[in-house]
Design a binder for this molecule. Structure first.
Ligand code: FMN
Length: 180
């Protein structure tokens, strides 16, 4: 039997990413769990309006979306705990500059370099609709068909109600082939 608990943000777990943006000549990094997929070529990251990151995304219009693996969870957690408004986070990750000019975390196994297509505003939040321009993937995370293998990658997942990080689980079936 269901119980109606009212309007609850219940769409978890989500993948976890670090968004990187250049703040003049150095990067700023922010941890983001509120993200989404739009169509087949766009993604969305939802950021609280006062974050330091937002100003630079609006100025540069390019950013990186770095998937968090267990290897970089500690650093990712840190950049989610302090603001670039107060602390210089530019040295937290080793990075290089991607083809569109966004800072790319060298130790993130999959990184999408994106440009801003639109901004959807809600009270106190700016949700950035992003077009994916380039995707940088560790070769060992690609299968023989050149597709990203999420079993190797094992992205860390995020759950807001208990503010926890979760491990990616096992494959329990192939889509549209459950009876075979
Ligand atoms: C697990 C976790 C997930 C987070 N997800 C988001 C998010 O989706 N959107 C957001 O605006 N802030 C999120 N934050 C908070 C920001 O990462 C944090 O406030 C950060 O210090 C802002 O940095 P900035 O001011 O340098 O941009 C999250 C923090 C943690 C620890």
């Amino acid at each position: 039997m269901h119980k109606n608990i009212g309007s609850a943000l219940a769409l978890y777990p989500t993948p976890l990413v670090v968004v990187g943006v250049m703040a003049e000549d150095k990067p700023n990094w922010v941890l983001v769990g509120h993200l989404g997929i739009i169509g087949h070529d766009r993604i969305m990251v939802s950021l609280a309006q006062p974050h330091y990151t937002n100003k630079w995304i609006k100025e540069n219009k390019v950013l990186s979306v770095n998937i968090v693996s267990e290897d970089i969870l500690k650093e990712a957690d840190y950049v989610g705990s302090v603001s670039g408004n107060k602390v210089d986070k530019s040295g937290v990750f080793e990075y290089y500059i991607g083809e569109s000019g966004a800072p790319v975390i060298s130790k993130s196994p999959v990184v999408m370099e994106c440009s801003v297509d639109d901004i959807y505003e809600t009270p106190n939040f700016e949700s950035f609709i992003l077009k994916i321009d380039n995707t940088y993937v560790y070769e060992n995370c690609l299968n023989e068909n050149g597709k990203i293998d999420y079993n190797v990658l094992k992205p860390v997942l995020f759950e807001f109600p208990t503010y926890s990080y979760l491990k990616t689980g096992e494959v329990i079936g192939k889509c549209l082939k459950l009876d075979k």
